[in-house]
Write a protein that binds this ligand. Sequence first.
Ligand code: CMC
Length: 429
Amino acid sequence: MTTDSFTIIDNRTGKQYELPLEHGNIRARELRQIKVDPEEFGTMSYDPGYDNTASCKSRITFIDGEKGILRYRGYPIEQLAEQSNFLEVAYLIIFGELPSKQQLEEWSYQIMHHTFLHENMTGLFHAYRYDAHPMGMLISALAFMSTLHKEASRVEDAAVRLKQIYRILGKLPTVAAFCYRHRIGRPFNYPNADMGYTENFLYMLDYMHQTHYEVNPVLAKALDVLFILHADHEQNASTSVMRSIGSAYADPYSAMAGAAAALFGPRHGGANEAVIRMLAEIENEKRVPEYIERVKKGEFRLMGFGHRVYKNYDPRARIIKQVAYDVFNVTGTNPLIDIAVKLEEVALSDDYFVSRKLYPNVDFYSGIIYQAMRFPPDMFTVLFTLGRAPGWLAQWVEMLTDSEQRIARPRQIYLGYDERDYVTLEQRG
Ligand code: CMC
């Protein structure tokens, strides 16, 4: 008997099974052999919310939630945030290695030369009311793109995949900027490939034909760092959706529309918007203890707190807190930061949060920076989407090129009625 295995005894039958371990884990499929009656389906594992289920093997992102560690392709997030830039990190995440100078130039050139949208898409943005949520607009823009780039459905072709990666990374900032310009009733600014990725995005948002227009380099750098911090986070809800839809061989635009829809939820990427609303509602540092008491009573959750994986301070939140003060040097302070700092202080000294290991997550401070930069709250999750795009794409490619992956198809434990006969409307009483 190998020692790299588990021995399971089925107390119903007394039978013994040896389940091999692979990288320290068992394949759920091995459980199937455990059954009382040979006609039975066999045993499954039950795991709502995939709390303890690995759905893939991945080489992209490493998280140690207990220690608060996050690495992309082995590189610590702190080093990447300080020394790299978003396009380089996107390359690293997608291709697995940092690019050479020439590779980075080619990569940046390709992305910055896939930034223009099909002109028909401007009609899509105009179809929305002025107060439409930009995430709804972005999700439908992705679906729209799937109708324009038909070859994208050839997901097994590596060259076709790469072309869509250039397009998605290139065009998403344009989509986001057009959503914003539509809502403020200003004409669209077309992309400028002579600028850096984040700089061009800020330009498309802001430019109003001023004579000496320049994007503020501190703000461009801050947003670039925020994009890096959001670039991947292994198998979270939206990434799992990207892999799931992708596993059906849908094109990447459709898969990403689904991933963005998952991200929109307030328990995921929508939390940054919810944090700002929460801080505005608290209004004053003095009201923090009272608000915390209501959270503890279960009236609502403290937004921007807690994480499925991090049971320690989210390393991204630590970096974002520092970036906030760089941004305030340019924009002036955001008074909500004082409420946030107080909220963190009170929560982290309260047994409710300490015992549940609830710490500030990436969304706790990011909204404060976005708001200081004058982004309206409903744009925050759009910014998260721009940052997360390389991660979704890298995970999608990894899934498609992994020979073990099949169409995502979870099982269920059926607890509904056994067969019963249809009752006509008259007989139902
Ligand atoms: N405020 C108050 N209590 C909380 C919170 C919170 N933010 N988060 C979890 N809890 C409590 C929860 O009530 C439960 O308590 P009990 O054991 O007494 O029932 C316990 O902590 C465990 O919670 P859970 O819901 O089982 O944890 P989960 O891993 O399923 O949920 C989460 C993770 C992020 C959805 C959750 O912490 C949450 O809703 N946080 C607020 C929303 C948020 O900030 N989301 C952003 C996540 S980070 C960025 C991203 O992924 O997009």
